[in-house]
Design a binder for this molecule. Structure first.
Ligand code: DGY
Length: 330
């Protein structure tokens, strides 16, 4: 039997491609072209594996057009781009890259929160415009991070890493809301207290979103939620676009119903809602939460490890749908 063929949907480290070539026939995308869903599907023909990123949509139509597909390795911890039940039903193994990006992404979430609270981007733009002529007592005054209430929506690995930074590094009071509560010992170790969502929003000085995107979390923060926050509060989203209603957020920022926001993810990215681009009190970054060289290398290597295991008949370390293992189609 010949070697399995795989498709690598986006450019990735040459070392990762070399490693994959030792196991598979590899079609890659070194030019990092933007493939349409139809082109992705066409290129996937004859391939047993797909090395994907969060930008590729793996849905029933793609799977039906490619019944030979056996595994999808997503180089991301989030996998809302993959229709997991559709993959499972067809015996397609799906993996993600958790753990290796937890601390890096928590660092970034903290940086974005601090940038919003201390008006870093806004004041830098002012300086670059050449408008800084004198010191003023109230120039770009923001809000403190240390000692403030850090409110975390979603308390998985990244949420917990942010909680640790807040409680241990900045003396913050940490509250969180999540469907499932942490064990009392974990809460104690993190210095974090579970509250209901209404309390979380009302008490937040700095609200950080770290929950996965799903139909249930779509617009979890919309006009009503923003209205229940303090006018001095900040909002940081490092999770996924669509969790926040971006139009409602832009209106709340414009009308100073909340003080500031830090956003790394957007509804319909890489497009950004024009109203967000027009308000000054928001820090905008292009989905770079996990973007350090070391972490991106680790994510790429882990995705490769998962794909090599999945197509080699072993159980991949980060298998999301073990039910697919016993599926008749395999
Ligand atoms: C992730 O790993 O989910 C990051 O958001 C990169 O897509």
């Amino acid at each position: 039997m010949g070697r399995a063929a795989i498709l690598v949907a986006r450019a990735v480290f040459p070392q990762t491609i070399e490693r994959l070539r030792r196991h598979f026939e590899v079609e890659d995308n070194a030019a990092d072209q933007a493939w349409s869903p139809a082109e992705l599907s066409a290129r996937l023909h004859g391939k047993a594996g797909l090395f994907a990123t969060a930008g590729e949509r793996i849905d029933a139509a793609l799977l039906d057009a490619n019944p030979q597909l056996r595994a999808v390795a997503n180089m991301a911890v989030g996998y809302n781009n993959v229709d997991l039940p559709a993959c499972t039903a067809r015996g397609v193994l799906v993996t993600n890259t958790p753990d290796v990006l937890t601390e890096t992404t928590a660092d970034f979430g903290f940086a974005l929160m601090m940038a919003a609270a201390r008006r870093l981007a806004e004041s830098e733009r002012f300086l670059r415009r050449g408008e800084w002529s004198r010191w003023s007592y109230d120039m770009y005054t923001g809000s403190d991070v240390h000692g403030a209430t850090l409110a975390i929506l979603g308390m998985g690995r990244i949420g917990q890493a942010i909680a640790r930074r807040g409680a241990l590094g900045f003396g913050m009071r940490v509250i969180y809301h999540n469907r499932s509560r942490l064990a009392p010992g974990q809460e104690e170790a993190l210095g974090a207290r579970w509250v209901d969502k209404a309390t979380l929003l009302a008490e937040a000085d700095h609200l950080v979103l770290v929950l996965p995107y799903s139909a249930a979390s779509h617009h979890a923060i919309g006009a009503a939620e923003l209205a229940s926050m303090k006018p001095t509060a900040t909002l940081t989203n490092i999770a996924r676009g669509g969790i926040v209603d971006d139009a409602a957020l832009a209106a709340a920022l414009r009308e100073r119903r909340i003080a500031a926001a830090g956003l790394d993810v957007f509804e319909g990215e890489p497009q950004v809602h024009p109203d967000l681009l027009a308000v000054p009190n928001v820090v905008l970054t292009p989905h770079i939460g996990s973007a350090t060289v070391a972490t991106r290398r680790a994510m790429a290597e882990l995705a490769a490890t998962n794909l090599i295991a999945a197509l080699g008949g072993a159980t991949p370390p980060n298998l999301l749908n073990p039910e697919a293992l016993g599926h008749a189609a395999r």
